[in-house]
Structure formats: C-alpha cells, structure tokens
Design a protein around this ligand. Structure first.
Ligand code: SF4
Length: 506
C-alpha cells in the first residue's frame, strides 16, 4: 500500500536525519558470522545479514530492507543459502534508531545477543504444500522465540543450525544443518525423525532413527542445546560445532545426557528410512497450486540470489496487490510469491517480467550458484559472480534447458555458497602461464552422491574458454540422455565423464 510505504520512508529519513548520517551506530562488533547487529568486514565493505526465520517476510519488512540497502549498502540484497538476506557494500554504520525501527518491524532478533545464530530453516512451502504432512511454521516460531528469550543461548556456535522439514514436495531435509527434524507418517500419525550432524565435516545430518511427536521437538532441541553448551569451555573464543562436541563426547553418551534432561523416553520407531529428496530441489520454480483451493504460488528465479531494491519494492507491491502480502525466501536463493488467486496469474506473470525477473525452470539462473568471489572475499581466486553471470548470458542464447542443471562457482574449496555436491562445480584457481597469471576453474561433475566434496574432476579451463566448455557438456547431456527424466547426475553416472573429452576432441 503506497500510504504505508510513504510512512515508512518518512520515518526512515526522519530517524536518519535525527541521528545524523554517519553517526556511529549499532554495529556492536565484528564477527566471522554476521547478523544485523554483528557486521562483518568484507572486501567490498561491511556485510550485514538479516535473519529471516523460515525465510518468510512481509511487504513492510521488504521496504525497510530496501531502504537500508539503498541508504547504506550497494542498492541490492542477496538471498543466502539459509534463506537470510544480506546487505553488502555498507560503508558507514547504520543509524541505531533505524536499526531499532527495523527491529520493531520484526526483523533481526529482538535480543541482539543471539542475533548471529544461524537462521532457522524450513521448507519455503510450509503451510501451502499440497503434499506436506505437517505445517512446520509453528515449530520455527517456537524455536525462534525460545532463542530470543534465553540469552544463555548466545553461547551457541553461530553456526548452530536447525531445520524442520514437513515432508512435502519441496524438501529441505538434505540441506546441511546440525539438527534436522524430518516429518514421516507412522500408522497414520505424523512424527519427526531426528537427524544429527556427526562424523566428518560437510556431511548432511545423519538419521538417528529417533521418532518424535511434534510436541517433543522443542523440548529435545532445548536439551540438545543444553548438553552442547555444558560441554563448551565458556572462556574459549573458539566455539566448537555440534558435530565436534558429539564426536568428542561420543554419540551414545551425548544422547544419554540429552535423555536425562527429557520427561519422555527417546525411542526409535520402525518407519521408512530417511528420504532425501535431492531430485526435487528446484521444483518450487514456476507456478504451482497450493493446498488452499484456487490459490497458487510463484517460484521466482533470482540471478545468483540477487535482488535490486526496485525489484524488492516491486515484489512487495505485487504481494500486497494480489497475494497475502508475504514473500518467502528459499535456501536455493530464489523466492516465492504466495497466495495468488488463479484469475490473477496472468497479471502477476507480466508484472514479474516487468521487474526483469521470471519463473522459468528453463532459466539457467534457476540453479546457478556462486559465492561472493574476489570482489567480496580475499580468499577467492576468481570473480565468481561475474564469471557466473557471463556464463548465464552466454548459455541463454546457446542451450535451451528443459530441467535445471545445478552449476556452482566457488572461489576456494570452502564452498560457502553451496555445501552439497552440485551437478557441475567450478572451483576458482589461478595458474602461471607464459609468465602471467591466468584465472580459470577446475571443473568437477557431481557423480558420487556426496562421497567426494565436488564429485569427479574433469579438467581445468580458463575463464575465457569456460562458456564454450559448459555449453558442450550441456548439449551432450541433452542429446545423449535416456529420456527427459534422466537427471544430469544420473546421466553422468551412466555415461561417464571421459566421453566428453571425445566430444570436445581433446
Ligand atoms: S567459498 Fe571461499 S572464496 Fe568463496 S566466499 Fe567462501 S571463503 Fe570466500
């Protein structure tokens, strides 16, 4: 609603003027894990991350974020792989009163001591997914409220991560999290299977087989966090990850200590095994019916998760005009516009396109991921974002995809932007050639179902030759796959990567 927007803008500018531009602000310290109140220095300025529990935000919040990005940052926001929002290129501290106002709108954490803890993840289609077993939004709210109300949880590692999967079409149970609750049906009743991060670094949470009723999820989370906190050395600056604590305490011992804090017995039930729905990762892109009659949601593709402020404002406007006024961010760095009546579909489609965005699964950007690259991170060997966008531009006119192929650019082996294996990983490196430094990528293809971090190494390619190589790989996949349902990974597994060398004549 224009009136609301006007009033927020007036408040925003009044507050800024009142406090003075550039007056020191509530940036209470620099940490490696940013929050709204814990900024992190990056190559391109200060980085501020706003927790959006479950990735759900309303149009008023969108406008507040857009104003901050315009006023203090680079005029854009990035959706992260935990469905947070990041504002980058901040060169002056954000006015404390502005931050307070944003906090009053329900953004960030009202308890700043726990603001840096990782965002709570859930399926972006919670409550609207026609196949889900349970709406997980109340669990997200319950855990968020608990964190906010209990300052002792500021002792948690900022990377302490929790995810609730309601068992629907758009699954998040395979995302990297310390603790996963995945809904299953047992004798007609909904339970959650508990997954915990144990063993080697970078692995998805392992299914413990423990079955929990929805009411038992919050008590066990409290107990899991409590045992973890009890093990930490409060004087140490290094916060161990939950995986390290479990490995150190021993899995059985850890669970025994958790059990001692609970009023109900932990039990394993006979159910189907943990189902990872990795193949459905991009099924939210496009226009889909909701569980509510006559309502649809739009899965909008955001190139590399980025939204210009005019696009955020435009989407907020659309959400109010046609939907319920909410947007949902996804861990795949896209977003959903929900609750659109069938009769408004055509209008919404054309208005999304007027914003320079689309909902096409064939858009190469739908599954293109890149870390911040050397513009934002000193560890990066290459300008991953620029190279990814160049590749996307090239492929747009050279290969028509009919299903998403996940291509991940990473500036170093840390792979911040995507923790699980992608279809094609491009790892930035530099080489010395004829007395000059050449930027390029090691190309990996996903084949081993996470046995190797990036999959099988295929070859090195310079930045200049990258688009043509990826075009070749995609064309071979398109023409040689068994049928439209054969995924890129399945194809690679069957076809073998050496075949591409023959096609390329190398
Ligand atoms: S993956 Fe490496 S280069 Fe990219 S943002 Fe993370 S640390 Fe930086």
């Amino acid at each position: 609603m224009p009136i609301l927007r006007l009033s927020f803008r007036i408040i925003f500018h009044l507050l800024s003027a009142l406090h003075g531009e550039g007056v020191p602000v509530l940036l209470s310290g620099f940490t490696k894990c940013p929050g709204l109140f814990y900024a992190t220095p990056a190559q391109d300025g200060i980085l501020s991350r706003i927790r959006i529990p479950g990735g759900i935000l309303n149009s008023q919040q969108c406008r507040a974020i857009a104003d901050i990005a315009d006023q203090y940052g680079g005029g854009y926001v990035d959706v992260t792989n935990r469905a947070n929002l990041q504002i980058r290129e901040i060169h002056q501290g954000i006015n404390a009163l502005v931050l307070k106002h944003v906090q009053d709108l329900g953004l960030g954490c009202s308890n700043t001591t726990v603001d840096q803890i990782r965002n709570i993840m859930t399926s972006p289609t919670a409550g609207i997914d026609p196949q889900e077993l349970i709406d997980t939004r109340p669990l997200v709210t319950a855990w968020d409220n608990y964190i906010t109300a209990n300052s002792q949880l500021s002792g948690l590692s900022a990377k302490f991560s929790v995810c609730f999967d309601g068992g629907g079409i758009v699954s998040v149970s395979d995302r990297i999290n310390d603790i996963v609750f995945a809904a299953v049906l047992v004798d007609g009743k909904v339970y959650f299977r508990l997954g915990l991060s144990v063993g080697a670094k970078g692995k998805p949470a392992q299914d413990t087989g423990i079955l929990l009723s929805p009411e038992q999820c919050l008590p066990i989370l409290i107990a899991l966090a409590d045992v973890y906190l009890g093990y930490l050395d409060p004087s140490s600056k290094h916060k161990l990850r939950l995986r390290e604590v479990i490995n150190s305490l021993g899995y059985e011992n850890y669970l025994q200590q958790v059990q001692q804090r609970l009023a109900f017995p932990l039990s394993c039930g006979k159910t189907e095994t943990w189902i990872e729905k990795t193949a459905t990762n991009y099924h939210h892109i496009g226009i889909h019916p909701q569980s509510q009659p006559n309502l649809f949601y739009f899965g909008v593709v955001l190139p590399l998760g980025r939204l210009e402020t005019m696009q955020i404002l435009g989407l907020a406007e659309l959400a109010e005009k046609y939907g319920s006024g909410t947007l949902r961010l996804t861990p795949w760095q896209n977003l959903l516009l929900t609750d659109i009546p069938q009769q408004a579909i055509a209008n919404v489609q054309s208005e999304i396109s007027a914003l320079g965005l689309d909902c096409a699964i064939s858009n190469i950007n739908s599954a293109l991921v890149a870390c911040s690259g050397n513009k934002g991170c000193a560890a990066s060997a290459t300008d991953t974002k620029k190279d990814a966008l160049t590749l996307a531009e090239y492929l747009k006119t050279h290969v028509a995809l009919d299903s998403p192929v996940n291509i991940h650019f990473s500036g170093c082996t840390k792979s911040c932007a995507q923790h699980h294996q992608s279809d094609i990983t491009l790892l930035g490196v530099t080489i010395e050639e004829e007395n000059r430094t050449v930027e390029g990528y090691r190309v990996y293809v996903g084949i081993d179902n996470n046995e190797q971090k990036f999959g099988r190494e295929y070859q090195f390619v310079t930045v200049a030759k990258l688009p043509a190589l990826i075009e070749q790989m995609l064309l071979v996949y398109k023409t040689q796959r068994l049928n439209l349902d054969e995924t890129f990974k399945e194809f690679v597994h069957r076809y073998g990567i050496s075949q591409w060398s023959i096609v390329n004549g190398q």
